[in-house]
Write a protein that binds this ligand. Sequence first.
Ligand SMILES: Cc1cc2nc3c(=O)[nH]c(=O)nc-3n(C[C@H](O)[C@H](O)[C@H](O)COP(=O)(O)OP(=O)(O)OC[C@H]3O[C@@H](n4cnc5c(N)ncnc54)[C@H](O)[C@@H]3O)c2cc1C
Length: 461
Amino acid sequence: MLDRAGDLFAYESDGLTLLRGQASLVVFPTSTRAVADVIRACNEEGVPFVARGAGTGLSGGATPVEGCALIELSRMDRVLEIDPVNRTASVQPGVINSHLSELVAPLGLLYAPDPSSQTACTIGGNIAENSGGPHTLKYGTTSPHVLALEVVLPDGSLAVLGRRDGHNHGYDLRGVFVGSEGTLGIVTAATLRLLPVPEEICTLLASFSELVTACQAVSAIIAKGIVPAALELMDDRTIAAVEDSVYAAGYPRDARAVLLVELDGPAANVAAERVQVEGLLEASGAIEVRVARDEAERLALWRGRKGAFGAMGRLAPDLYVHDAVVPRTRLPQVVDQINHEAAVRGIRIANIMHAGDGNLHPNIPFDRRDPDQMSRVRELGAEILRICVDAGGVLSGEHGIGIEKRDYMHLLFSESDLEPMRWVHDVFDPEDCCNPGKVIPVPRACTESNPRHRGYDKVEF
Ligand SMILES: Cc1cc2nc3c(=O)[nH]c(=O)nc-3n(C[C@H](O)[C@H](O)[C@H](O)COP(=O)(O)OP(=O)(O)OC[C@H]3O[C@@H](n4cnc5c(N)ncnc54)[C@H](O)[C@@H]3O)c2cc1C
């Protein structure tokens, strides 16, 4: 257990360093029973609690609610069972995402959800955020890969949601729990679906002299009925940050944008799709299309993409990784608007996109020590959400709502849409003690003083 101010400092925020909070202590349970004991003790003392995995979240989900007990689950990191015949894995929540795929690779299997943070983030955090990643385009986010969950509910009782064989009956409470951002209880074990490693994987890098033509190429590929495993876009500022860093991947520095396209599946299909995709990229105006010649080159291309957020550490002391979704065809116009709003505020952003999903990550480098810059960054963050929602998009593709976007839920949902979410929350957590104040905005009538609302009263963005 940690309870000294100096130790608690490291737990003040997750990856969204714009917002911070103070826990009163951090505990590191190693078993389901220990999690239940901690929750019961919190309930007896009237102390709220917040689950934390690796703390890589980007919407403030694991940011402490003032005075809470932070329940850090990274020490519950055992793989409980691998069933290669039924292609499932049962794990504790602290298992690191990429460790699971590494472990099952010799069996010809993989765990498909692959957030770019996968060498650090935990399965529990992935489940809570319904995380995505570059391969979401073909394989979906975390939810379809979760068969069953063992959870400790906010009153300290234990429940199993879903079934290991995937044959669920009654209400899909597994589905309710995935993506609930730690507000309905704590996952203490999960049974996950494994997939066979594809027979063939082919990765192409296409460079463009304009970002807009790269976006058009994305639409052209999807319109042709091809669903690549991944379709990722990086702009020139991202390319420069990657190439200046230890993640340098040989991306062309003179390009305004690059597209990373991955095709996978049976060898014959991949070969046919590769010819089609090369043709579409060239027809869309690519200045160069390069195919990774071997596994080493393929991995280097991906190391650059997955290391891109880390590489941006070179640009400023802090990084605000934004996340929103727009209809794919609106990407060029929305990116132009966002770049304009950034320029007006004297901010230069670097864009990374899961372009096939229309999922944008405008990355805003900033310096937290400069209050004026902080307020411009916050203002830009809010403007990006408005632009995306106005374009027919949504608030988040994969990073969740947390505290960052809670007060923007009204842009998408009416009070009568939000009310059933509150009912579901109240069934699981009637005392509002489990990660309170996250995800669902407090009804407007209650914002002045709501004794049950113990989390963040007002999030300034
Ligand atoms: C460089 C970088 C790249 C990223 N790339 C991606 C990406 O490609 N795709 C993507 O989706 N995300 C991405 N993220 C965001 C982040 O990694 C994911 O949201 C991840 O799932 C968080 O996992 P974590 O273990 O760090 O969870 P934390 O940040 O510790 O917690 C996240 C949320 O989960 C809850 N939680 C944690 N463990 C449990 C549990 N056992 N039971 C119940 N609730 C729990 C917390 O309360 C919190 O609300 C990235 C982050 C970084 C820093």
